[in-house]
Design a protein around this ligand. Structure first.
Ligand code: MG
Length: 330
């Protein structure tokens, strides 16, 4: 159903963009920030606090700001929908069902690239609305369940492939893994798919530093195993295609870090059980933005690029900051 190009064209972002028009004001502010350090407050606008901008989801994930549509695309993984939030809270359904899409990102041409749990693939929506499969197999075996992605300026798509979507029937379909590891992959537009790391227990959020010389990836094994990892790892990116000097960037407590976002100053914002944990480029913890419930993912966007959108279970909340994303695409 979702692969029908006519249906997709009708639902395409371009149609949605025309329907939504310019972004109006978001709903009124909610409670003020709590549990933040002075350093972190410097990254936030006054006492603006968190604003609830959407509260009708089951499990919100994969936020990605669309400049073209002037709205926030996000996945409701458990409701199996892909949605566009814009114009003062107006919501458009882009795909339903959505193959339990999780992470999303817009490339430099404004095309939406998505990780599908159920489809066990990485897909891109083309200008005519059709879906193009970018990757669904590695060395003969199906991918596990692509979770989240980071787009490099050279056109490569870096993404994580944990097993959540083949373990949890509420966000995919149980199946036996056909891969020997939970990889971090790099998809080169010319040379294809390569595993760049096999050392993760459950790789999840992924993001580049502003100069793209460092890659951050969260390991979320502790989610299902109390002895598992609960940290953000950092790597040097060598020659745009290889990773070296793997190290622990930050250990996360409580819980694990899910999605990651890096701002233009190189600070790492991690979606965690009790909010967004923020670390400087050197790994030093700057503080926490407390959220009303577990934060699964986050992304900068909004008309100024300085609004941080945080997916928190059934809700999406917004925080005004003084920084933009490390790189703004789409
Ligand atoms: Mg994730």
């Amino acid at each position: 159903m979702t692969d029908d190009p006519i249906d997709l064209a009708r639902r395409s972002l371009f149609v949605a963009a025309a329907a939504l028009g310019p972004m109006a004001a978001w709903p009124a502010a909610g409670p003020p920030l709590a549990d933040t350090t002075s350093e972190l407050r410097g990254l936030c606008v006054g006492d603006a606090g968190l604003r609830t901008v959407y509260d009708a989801g089951r499990w919100c994930e994969g936020p990605a700001w669309s400049t073209r549509a002037c709205g926030l695309v996000f996945s409701d993984v458990k409701a199996d929908r892909l949605l566009l939030l814009g114009d003062g809270g107006r919501v458009e359904t882009l795909r339903e069902p959505a193959h339990h899409t999780n992470g999303n990102a817009f490339d430099a041409q404004g095309r939406l690239v998505s990780c599908e749990h159920l489809g066990r693939r990485l897909v891109r929506q083309e200008a005519d609305g059709s879906l193009r499969v970018l990757a669904d197999r590695y060395r003969g075996g199906r991918l596990n369940s692509p979770n989240d992605l980071a787009l490099h300026s050279d056109g490569a798509v870096w993404f994580t492939d944990p097993t959540f979507g083949i373990e949890d029937p509420t966000q995919g379909r149980p199946a036996v893994s056909e891969q020997p590891a939970r990889h971090v992959f790099r998809l080169d537009p010319c040379t294809g798919l390569e595993a760049v790391s096999t050392s993760f227990e459950q790789p999840n959020g992924i993001a580049f530093s502003p100069d793209e010389k460092t890659l951050y990836v969260s390991d979320t094994r502790r989610e299902a195993n109390s002895e598992g990892r609960h940290e953000i790892r950092a790597f040097d990116v060598i020659g745009r295609r290889r990773l070296a000097d793997e190290r622990v960037f930050a250990v996360v407590r409580p819980g694990v870090a899910d999605g990651l976002a890096v701002d233009e100053r190189g600070n790492v914002w991690a979606a965690c059980a009790d909010g967004a944990h923020v670390h400087g480029p050197d790994g030093r913890r700057l503080g926490r933005v407390a959220t009303p419930s577990r934060c699964a993912n986050l992304a900068f966007g909004g008309p100024t690029g300085r609004t941080l959108f945080l997916c928190c279970g059934t809700q999406i909340v917004a925080l005004e900051t003084t920084v933009r994303a490390a790189r703004a695409l789409g």
